[in-house]
Design a binder for this molecule. Structure first.
Ligand code: NAD
Length: 383
């Protein structure tokens, strides 16, 4: 069985889908691994490092011909999907709620897509959960970056010239990225507060030595998959009013709030930013999915009321080697789960619950109901 992976096209994101050790594991499962020339260049790995583990290195068209499986990290470009043989499997992040072009091509080409965003958030699937592995690194990287942009030091320092108070860090949204942001800011010595609409996270926040901010905004909660439920406009307004005082006294604000398959909630308005001290730093980790912060710009840094707002989305890309290592392990664990090496065949999403969840496109149909509902009728708009 021929498994391929190509050089990723987004030059702003150096992560790669596989490291050499993953090639070795895939080979031991029975795959022939073919990589495009220059595959690991963005993380300073030359072709020889992959060849040494048994990979064959070739041009993209050579890789694509007769490929059974394409492993990718970024959503594969449409021309790559078009060049894959019908029936090939694609294992990748697929941005299923926003990238109809890729979805449409996969449907048209008769591909089978295993979508890394759809890995269930269960204990068993943790080792395949790439949203979590990348979010965790993102939370870490965002805090480190904010610490370098902030004109304040994070820890308390007692010096002969006087005592410096610890920086105050406020984390809004305590999912995987938020928890790692809290842990990182604590390690750096900051005084950390955090808030989430899912009350169950209060204990996790406290166990990291941070303070959970209690707000009275009525009934909140979470979906069966553990994702936050959307608040009403009135609840969001109450949230903003009650949060403003904590925001105003924070030196660094990290927002990570997301709603699965929907635009991120707008939590911080312009008035709240104006209340912060000039020189404060805001990281809006949801900037590219709608933005938690009014005025944040996806992939840009803007300054408003003297507050620096960082809108970068892929923070994990700033720690690309480890991010690639974790992503590659997630993908290989998924393939390992699904592949019967003796029979040289994959399990099917009809019989395997996990594959049923991950399967986005199969047999010319969108398999995931939430994604199908998002695009209902949309194909009529596509030329
Ligand atoms: P996410 O990226 O979807 O959202 C980040 C956080 O924002 C969430 O904690 C959410 O509750 C919060 N949020 C949403 N609206 C908000 C608002 N208005 N104000 C404040 N916070 C708001 O979250 P995620 O990191 O992908 O995690 C999603 C869920 O999956 C969580 O319950 C998490 O614990 C769970 N999870 C479970 C496992 C596992 O069991 N293996 C692994 C990973 C995640």
């Amino acid at each position: 069985m021929k498994l391929i992976s190509l050089t990723q096209h987004d030059v702003g994101d150096p992560r790669v889908p596989l490291l050499p050790q993953h090639v070795k594991r895939l080979q031991s499962l029975g795959f022939e691994v073919h990589l495009e020339m220059g595959f690991g260049r963005s993380i300073n790995l030359d072709d020889d490092a992959y060849k040494a583990e048994g990979a064959k290195v070739a041009s993209a068209p050579e890789c694509l011909s007769d490929a059974d499986v394409l492993v990718s990290l970024q959503v594969p470009p449409v021309d790559v999907l078009e060049a894959l043989p019908a029936g090939a499997k694609v294992v990748s992040f697929f941005e299923p709620f926003s990238r109809y072009d890729a979805l449409h091509t996969a449907l048209q080409r008769g591909l089978e897509v295993w979508c890394m965003e759809l890995v269930p958030r269960t204990s068993y699937a943790q080792k395949m959960d790439a949203l979590s592995s990348q979010a965790s690194l993102a939370g870490y990287a965002a805090v480190l970056h904010a610490a370098t942009v902030s004109p304040k030091v994070f820890p308390m320092m007692s010096t002969p010239a006087g005592t410096i108070k610890p920086a105050r860090v406020f984390v809004v949204g305590v999912g995987v990225a938020g928890l790692q942001a809290i842990a990182t800011a604590k390690r750096l010595g900051a005084r950390v507060e955090a808030y989430d609409t899912r009350p169950t996270v209060a204990d996790q926040v406290k166990s990291l030595g941070a303070k959970f901010v209690e707000l009275d905004i009525g009934e909140t909660g979470q979906t069966e998959q553990g994702y936050a439920r959307a608040l009403t406009d009135a609840q969001l307004q109450r949230q903003r009013e009650q949060m403003a005082a904590v925001v105003a006294q924070s030196d660094v604000l990290i927002t990570t709030a997301q709603l699965f398959g929907r635009p991120a909630p707008r939590i911080i308005d312009d008035g709240m930013l104006a209340g912060m001290a000039p020189g404060s730093v805001v990281v809006d980790m949801a900037a590219s999915s709608g933005g938690n912060v009014e005025g944040s710009e996806p992939e840009q840094t803007v300054v408003k009321h003297g507050v620096t707002i960082l809108g970068r989305s892929q923070w994990a890309a700033t720690v690309a080697l480890d991010a690639s290592g974790m992503y590659g392990a997630n993908v290989v664990n998924l393939i390992d789960h699904a592949f019967d090496a003796e029979a040289s065949a994959f399990a099917t999403s009809d019989t395997d619950e996990l594959l049923g969840a991950v399967s986005l496109v199969r047999d010319g149909r969108i398999q995931d109901e939430r994604v199908a509902a998002r695009w209902e009728g949309f194909e009529e708009d596509v030329p």
